[in-house]
Design a protein around this ligand. Sequence first.
Ligand code: C5P
Length: 242
Amino acid sequence: MAGVTAPRTAPLPIVALDVGSLADAQRLVRQLGPATTFYKVGLQLFSAEGPRAVEWLHGEGKRVFLDLKLHDIPNTVRGAAASAGALGVSLLTVHALGGAAMLRAAVEGAAGRTNIMAVTVLTSMDAATLARSMGHPTEIAGEVLRLAQEACDAQTHGIVCAGTECAAVRARFGDALQPLVPGLRPAGGAAHDQSRVVTAAEAARAGAAYVIFGRAVTAAADPVGAYATLAAELQPAAQEKS
Ligand code: C5P
């Protein structure tokens, strides 16, 4: 499929609520204030608090990305996606490695109420880790594009990939797949457990539709300032897209 040439809007920033209680999430959301409108609820918070974390965010007028990275048999994933759809979350993740039938089941289960995002190769993986998992040397970019094709065939809304592969995904799939890019760091910032990190500007330039601000915001001494600095990089960089 040909790449798009239309001017690209800036990626939507999503702040990851990687905390262990609703009280901690509420503190962070109140601190960040009205400028932040989209939050990720992931495995840690959802395991601790369940749907009430999502319901509280919706009550505050925020959108929710439910990052559960589902990877199970199609029937189970269809049901989980239907439950997420009933909760009204905007985005839900499943692993692309779950296969074509599982991806289609997720899209069917969500029934247009929730957008399905297929995780390709985790941003924490480098070439050596991927080779060990796959059992043979595997080029990361090629594997991301292969899994993105599976996702595109199943008509997911988008994929999750590192910023380092985002431009290649956009070049191949254009607007048919919306890339969500986690693993953002300020230039020279600590990578933590991530391997394939980029700056917010690099992600925007590469054509990300969504970016995740995790520890770069939530572990900053001044989360409000860190969010504003990162968010300000997005619009100008998106217009410089390669
Ligand atoms: O703190 P940091 O910026 O590393 O957080 C990245 C966030 O993005 C985490 O919430 C993590 O679960 C999520 N994520 C990721 N890689 C993926 C999918 C989601 O890092 N492939």
